[in-house]
Write a protein that binds this ligand. Structure first.
Ligand SMILES: Oc1ccc(-c2ccc(-c3cc(Nc4ccc(CNC5CC5)cc4)n[nH]3)cc2)c(O)c1
Length: 309
């Protein structure tokens, strides 16, 4: 850390802290994640190794770049590119929501980042405004893979999973084992709605309230989700309040989103994970068909699909 000057804190969590730093030799501004635990803690060491392995896999313009990793006095440091702001700050500057074209461009960039993750069988699991960085040129950079997991990983060490509740898919709220790429698609649906009017779609105050708000808009849990709920000791003896006045997505966003955008969100917010749009299907959705960068990307994607055949 001698070659870096600490300029401030940009993020803090159970893991440690993310610092804004300047490289004294090059004057480059970077973000450095400093882990709280030393490498003596074997569980933490394995978790950091997994995080670095994931980060080294994911090289993409819309994913924040890991520049280097080093150890000093038993502590591990990850050096990343620094980006000027996050989407939470952009939202806070526009409390009634963002411009429709800005939303479309931002969501399309996020889908490209998640497509890169999903192609490597990596699920981010914590998509939210704080984890979406926005450069001065409005380039989106997905960050913080602290909760990302490889679907091919044998271990299901999910006890540490405390990602943000408001963007969590029903299957994650009900259990921590059977999740897949659909949890990221759900979060993107929640995010698009929030960018539209500045209000979180499902601001649950606890896990029961979260599940209640979801069902109030999207209908009841699926039979298998209801079975998981009834067997989960965390919810023993609990029942959902009667849903007096359900409000559909259409009712809530009819005057705020065009029909195509509402169809797109409905494709992401399916209660049954297997019915949700995949990232590839989302990228090809009608909602993006008037976006020039989408037309170009579709050509590349179709060529890639042809090559994969
Ligand atoms: O596994 C991991 C762990 C950490 C990261 C990570 C990498 C880079 C960053 C980062 C943050 C950042 N810039 C930034 C972040 C947050 C803000 C919000 N305002 C802050 C509070 C004063 C403003 C700017 N640039 N780069 C943050 C997290 C990562 O991408 C993956």
């Amino acid at each position: 850390m001698n070659k870096y000057e600490v300029l401030g804190v940009v993020g803090e969590g159970a893991y440690g802290v993310v610092l804004k730093c300047k490289n004294k030799e090059t004057n480059e501004i970077v973000a450095i994640k400093k882990f709280k635990e030393t490498e003596d803690n074997e569980i933490v060491k394995k978790s950091i190794q997994r995080e670095v392995k994931v980060l080294r896999l994911l090289r993409h313009i819309n994913i924040v770049e890991l520049k280097e990793a080093f150890k000093r006095k038993g502590r591990i440091y990850l050096v990343f590119e620094y980006v000027e702001r996050n989407l939470l700050e952009v939202l806070e500057a526009s409390p009634s929501g963002l411009e429709p074209l800005y939303i479309k461009k931002t969501i399309f960039q996020l889908l490209k980042a998640i497509y890169c993750c999903h192609q490597h069988d990596i699920v981010h699991r914590d998509i939210k405004p704080e984890n979406l960085l926005i450069s001065n040129a409005n380039v989106l950079k997905l960050c913080d893979f602290g909760f990302a997991r490889s679907l091919t990983a044998q271990t299901q060490d999910l006890t540490d999973y405390v990602a943000t509740r408001w963007y969590r898919a029903p299957e994650l709220l009900l259990s921590y084992s059977n999740y897949d790429k659909g949890v990221d698609m759900w979060a993107i649906g929640c995010l698009l709605c929030e960018l539209t009017d500045g209000n979180p779609l499902f601001p649950g105050e606890n896990e029961m309230d979260q599940l209640y708000l979801i069902q109030k808009m999207l209908g009841p849990l699926t039979p298998s989700q209801q079975e998981t709920f009834s067997k989960n000791p965390r919810f023993l003896g609990m029942k959902f309040p009667e849903i007096s006045k359900p409000e559909t997505l259409e009712q809530r966003y009819l005057c705020k989103l065009p029909k195509r955008a509402i169809n797109f969100v409905k494709g992401l917010l399916k209660m049954e994970p297997s019915e949700r749009l995949t990232c590839r299907q989302a990228l090809k959705h009608q909602y993006f068909e008037d976006l020039p960068e989408a037309i170009e990307f579709m050509k590349e994607l179709d060529q890639q699909i042809e090559q994969e055949k």
